[in-house]
Design a protein around this ligand. Structure first.
Ligand SMILES: [Zn+2]
Length: 362
């Protein structure tokens, strides 16, 4: 089997660390044996941010991004099935981007010294780190190539329906999302995400395929990719329009860093705020006011959440209130991506809040 170094010589660059030039000659094939391995072994074959151009019958490519978060393996599992199905010739070309294969090695979202890859893409406030530089180069390259569509594949750490996220309500975006799921969310933050960067030049979607590695998520993702590489156009997709529901993400719920937290039933020492067990069952359900998210250690403990809208305004008081030691929803709202992972809560957020919207009348 080919080592990363052998593959690097294939693409004409001189050394593995020569990342800034790797896209001048994007490799046209995957290293031998790579389709036999799990995400934890990919680091033996490719580096972080390796882009591969797999030629197909239709030249205009589908762009697929996997493993931006190293513990979200459904993208690789589904891509393996797709590529094994089309060993001779793909119906459509694919640019496949490997994300954080180093973090995938230890089944972690990211390594301690790494930024979140999916916050480093060109956006409103561009980050100034090596990852962001690489993301800028990949974006510039793909903007010239103008893919047919862009798909970024993720998993959730909490229980969620499989859903698609889009940054634009233009028809090709909604059609692309509809091919994956009837549950579609529209969002314009966080800044620096892949589908947001690519939305400037092609229909792009972030798909969330449930918990990492589950069979139904892999199957749904594989079917979606199969459909996409056979599809001639995203301008009209028969039979999908009537079911779809678009939800608009309007805010992010974070836990204040100074508030110590734990999950009900898991805490072994006193904390300021205990998050209700099974809170993630609320994902994508309309919650009534009074629905409890958790309990404080004391009535005088501060509100543990900060809710911010898309432009960063603090709107916590509109959506949460303390009732004694109970922290409750203040007005009806639909949460998404509630996670029960303390690490994910600290690194990212507890959840997002959404309202329904009509895609035809945004
Ligand atoms: Zn992710």
């Amino acid at each position: 089997m080919a080592s990363p170094r052998q593959m690097t010589s294939l693409n004409g660059t001189e050394k593995d660390s020569d990342k800034t030039h790797f896209m001048n000659d994007v490799p046209k094939q995957l290293p031998e044996g790579i389709l036999d391995v799990d995400a934890t072994e990919l680091h033996r074959f490719v580096d972080n941010h390796t882009l591969v151009h797999l030629k197909g019958q239709i030249e205009r490519p589908l762009f697929v991004s996997i493993l931006q978060h190293g513990d979200e393996t459904t993208g690789w599992d589904a891509m393996k099935l797709l590529l094994l199905n089309h060993q001779n010739k793909l119906p459509r070309s694919i640019y496949l981007l490997f994300g954080n294969v180093q973090a995938a090695r230890i089944n972690s979202r990211q390594l301690d010294d790494q930024p979140d890859f999916n916050r480093c893409w060109p956006g409103i406030h561009n980050q100034q780190n090596e990852v962001a530089k690489t993301m800028q180069e990949i974006t510039d390259l793909m903007a010239r190539i103008k893919p047919f569509a862009s798909v970024d594949i993720h998993n959730n750490s909490g229980r969620n329906p499989h859903y698609a996220g889009i940054n634009s309500l233009q028809t090709p975006f909604v059609n692309l999302a509809s091919l994956f799921s009837d549950t579609i969310i529209h969002f314009t933050s966080p800044d620096g995400i892949q589908s947001g960067a690519f939305a400037r030049f092609c229909p792009s979607v972030t798909i969330e395929c449930g918990m990492s590695g589950t069979a139904d998520g892999i199957e749904q993702t594989h079917t979606f990719l199969e459909n996409l590489i056979h599809l001639p156009s995203l301008k009209s997709v028969p039979g999908v329009a009537e079911h779809r529901q678009v939800l608009n993400i309007f805010s992010t719920v974070k836990v204040k860093p100074e508030v110590s937290i734990g999950i009900q039933g898991e805490v072994t020492h006193p904390v300021n705020f205990i998050i209700n067990d099974d809170l993630d069952y609320h994902n994508f359900h309309l919650l009534e006011s009074g629905t409890e998210f958790g309990r404080l250690d004391h009535e005088d403990t501060i509100m543990p959440f900060v809710v911010t809208d898309q432009i960063g305004h603090d709107i916590t008081d509109h959506y949460f209130e303390k009732r004694g030691t109970s922290v409750c929803i203040k007005q009806p709202v639909i949460p998404a991506m509630i996670t029960q992972s303390i690490r994910a809560i600290r690194l990212d957020c507890l959840c997002y809040l959404m309202h329904p919207m009509n895609p035809n009348h945004p």
